[in-house]
Design a protein around this ligand. Structure first.
Ligand SMILES: [Zn+2]
Length: 487
């Protein structure tokens, strides 16, 4: 992107709250993949005469989200009707919040690779219901039709609206990752994008540095972080090209087509007044009293940023390993459980490395989820394996082999080690025999070492290691050889 142009981007993220029932009725929220219209009732299909009743659990989760994101929470917020016609919304309005949303003025720390972390401001968080889903069945030319599935209608969402603080497609990507992480840690949402539990609309304009904001374009319904990054990248270039030709940018809504990697106009952007928002007369104001807010604050677990800091300070993990190990709450909990076994803390960095590099490497190689593996490689057994390395009883190479075996069979590392002949030999008398034999076999290396070429010692260590069939402890071998050859 040209150096003189700057991207101005704000994101609106719809996140499904992890409740078991819908926002205003008792229908279940597990309708993904279920048969169409199997999770519906008169309320969520908008039949005349029904009344919505607010799901208390949704309010609690929304308050938690607002707290985790550092927002101010309004004690009394208002549900409003957002009016529009759409076939997947039979009421012809969506219950949302407009003038008085639940929460405002939060912030999120975003770490972009190789750049200092920056803070993206959050404008507001409000609660709203989801609409249904249209299934377009396009048959022959005279038989095009669409079907509607209301299983999603009335699913509780929070919409999290950022300030226009995002400056590049990579920042947008990092923002979404940080947001997903924090919401998952807080237990607010599963954020499963394949199930549509997190969807993104992006607002973007370009300006020359220092100039006022330009006309913004909205890109709607992006359902992966990659789609957001690619769409912003494309749209930024498109706008620059137009502006440099002296064209005006039209305020409009565009759609991202991943197949052709381009955005295309969908409709001119509606203004807020097109929706004729007004307070919903069927719903009383939403109360989030201080007592509720404080109760939710107490329920919040340690969030990713605090956890990363603790992993670095208490466990002695490197920044990059700590970042990997706080990638999900489940993984971070696993690390904490392993650390209980590997105390004193001296062995915990070894455990961290083992999990971040070897274990996660195996999982991605074999396309396994951590949750499916924890039963086999329990924190206890991984802790034991770590202690075997820390005590010098097995080499790192051997630990990999044992871990692979643990993944396959779920067996105990000590047991596997015993079967393999007991691991590394630490006994100095035994090691000294191999050292003397290796010295006899390597006259040239011995001469080199004696003439001051210290590196030649590697050849003698190698010979001794071969004699031991790979079981000798290399550190002790090294020490013994040096002693043997000392003048
Ligand atoms: Zn319902």
């Amino acid at each position: 992107m040209s150096a003189t142009w700057e991207m101005i981007c704000g994101l609106e993220v719809h996140v499904q709250l992890a409740t078991r029932s819908k926002l205003f009725c008792s229908c279940a929220t597990d309708g993904f993949g279920a048969s169409p219209n199997s999770r519906i009732c008169p309320v969520c299909t908008g039949q005349p005469g029904v009344l919505p009743v607010l799901n208390d659990g949704a309010t609690k989760l929304a308050v938690k989200a607002a707290l985790a994101l550092g927002c101010e929470i309004r004690e009394e917020s208002i549900f409003a009707r957002k009016n529009y016609f759409y076939p997947d919304l039979p009421k012809a309005y969506q219950i949302s919040q407009y003038e008085k949303p639940l929460a405002e003025n939060g912030s999120l720390a975003v770490a972009v690779k190789d750049a200092p972390s920056k803070t993206v401001g959050l404008q507001r968080i409000h609660i709203e219901e989801d609409a249904g889903k249209l299934l377009h069945a396009i048959g022959s030319e005279d038989l095009d039709y669409s079907l509607v599935d209301f299983n999603r209608a009335g699913i509780p969402l929070v919409e999290i609206v950022s300030k226009p603080d995002i400056r590049s497609p990579h920042e947008a990507y990092a923002y979404l990752q940080a947001l997903k992480e924090i919401l998952q840690f807080a237990g607010v949402s599963h954020c499963d994008m394949e199930k549509g539990e997190m969807r993104v609309d992006a607002n973007i304009s370009m300006r020359r540095a220092g100039e006022p904001f330009g006309t913004r374009v909205e890109i709607k319904n992006l359902n992966s972080f990659k789609a957001v990054r690619d769409a912003l990248d494309y749209e930024g270039r498109r706008q620059i090209a137009a502006l440099e030709k002296g064209e005006r940018i039209i305020q409009e809504t565009r759609l991202w087509d991943a197949d052709v990697q381009a955005t295309a106009p969908m409709r001119t952007k509606e203004e807020a007044h097109d929706y004729r928002y007004f307070p919903d007369p069927d719903l009383p104001p939403l109360h989030a009293p201080r007592s509720l807010v404080e109760a939710m604050r107490r329920e919040l677990p340690e969030l990713p940023e605090a956890r990363r800091r603790r992993f670095i300070e208490d466990y002695g993990l490197s920044v990059s390993i700590a970042n990997v190990l706080t990638g999900s709450r489940e993984l971070a909990d696993y690390v904490d459980a392993v650390a209980e076994i590997t105390n004193p803390a001296t062995a915990t960095p070894t455990a961290g490395n083992l999990i971040a590099t070897v274990l996660l490497g195996f999982l991605s190689e074999r396309s396994l989820d951590l949750s499916r593996v924890i039963g086999r490689v329990t924190p206890e057994s991984l802790g034991k394996l770590t202690l075997l390395i820390a005590d010098g009883r097995i080499s790192k190479t051997m630990s990999k082999e044992i871990l692979a075996e643990m993944l396959n069979s779920g067996r105990d590392p000590e047991e596997i080690l015993k079967e393999r002949g007991g691991g590394q030999v630490l006994d100095e008398a035994q090691l000294a025999q191999w050292v003397r034999a290796a010295i006899d076999q390597s006259p040239k290396a011995v001469a080199d070492v004696k003439s001051g070429k210290e590196r030649a010692i590697g050849a003698i260590v190698g010979a001794a290691m071969k004699l031991s069939q790979g079981k000798a402890n290399p550190t002790i071998l090294n020490k013994l050889i040096k002693e043997e050859l000392a003048p």
